[in-house]
Design a protein around this ligand. Structure first.
Ligand code: MF3
Ligand code: CO
Length: 237
């Protein structure tokens, strides 16, 4: 799983380098495909319940699962979430980042990106043997709501291993002390999705793209994390 995680990180950083005004989200998918070929790894997303690409590209008010398209041209001031998974020798890695397009990013949108990434860090910091899923959710939620943003409830993180989605579900909200206890060797994907406005989302007619109900901006960061004797190891770092 460490090997899969390293491929995911390397490809995501390569794709990040292609984010600029004028690029299309299909350009980003092509860059991710080229990265997979370079490492001899398999796509985790393509074909999953019929998903048509290797990368999810979710722009501005798109929360997750945006489908790359030649018609979607990125422009200065946009933000784009890049969500990517790979399979190496049957083991999965999954990670996401949200990045600004160009230099002129609105200050509140920049804060949304910082806070969402910080909430992921806070969730990871809660991971250790004996901690609970509720500890992770509470840690993420606390960071997000202290800044006046909203945690998306309709999508959650997940166990990961020989499938992309395994038990348990890993919510980005909850109560400390509640839920399943973590044990050494468990591997989970923690992936806060945070809306600048209200938490509700809806799925567009393409059957995939989730957008904020109120049209507000949304950010998404994800790491694949293993529970170790002393805490956590981030496999996608
Ligand atoms: N990181 C996303 C997840 O954990 C990726 C799934 S996209 C899909 O659910 F297209 F593969 F479904
Ligand atoms: Co995931």
């Amino acid at each position: 799983m460490r090997r899969a995680g390293k491929v995911v990180r390397a490809v995501l950083e390569k794709v990040r380098g292609h984010v600029k005004p004028g690029a299309t989200t299909l350009d980003l998918d092509r860059a991710a495909e080229a990265g997979l070929a370079e490492f001899g790894a398999k796509a985790a997303f393509k074909g999953y319940h019929g998903y048509p690409a290797v990368l999810c590209t979710s722009v501005n008010s798109e929360v997750v699962h945006g489908i790359p398209s030649a018609k979607r041209v990125l422009k200065e001031g946009d933000i784009v979430s890049l969500d990517f998974g790979a399979v190496v020798d049957g083991y999965f890695g999954d990670s996401a980042i949200t990045v600004p397009v160009g230099e002129k990013i609105d200050p509140d949108t920049a804060r949304l990106l910082r806070v969402t990434e910080a909430s992921l860090r806070s969730g990871i910091a809660a991971v250790k043997p004996g901690a609970t899923l509720g500890d992770i959710g509470a840690a993420v939620q606390g960071v997000v709501e202290a800044e006046g943003f909203s945690v998306v409830r309709d999508f959650v993180g997940h166990g990961i291993g020989v499938h992309m989605h395994e038990d348990p579900q890993v919510p980005n909200f909850g109560e400390a002390g509640r839920g399943m206890k973590l044990r050494v060797g468990m591997v989970i994907a923690i992936e806060p999705m945070v809306n600048a406005g209200k938490a509700d989302v809806r799925v567009l007619g393409d059957g995939w793209t989730a957008v904020t109900g109120d049209g507000s901006m949304s950010a998404h960061f994800e790491h694949t994390v293993a529970v170790t004797a002393t805490g956590a190891t981030i496999l996608t770092e």
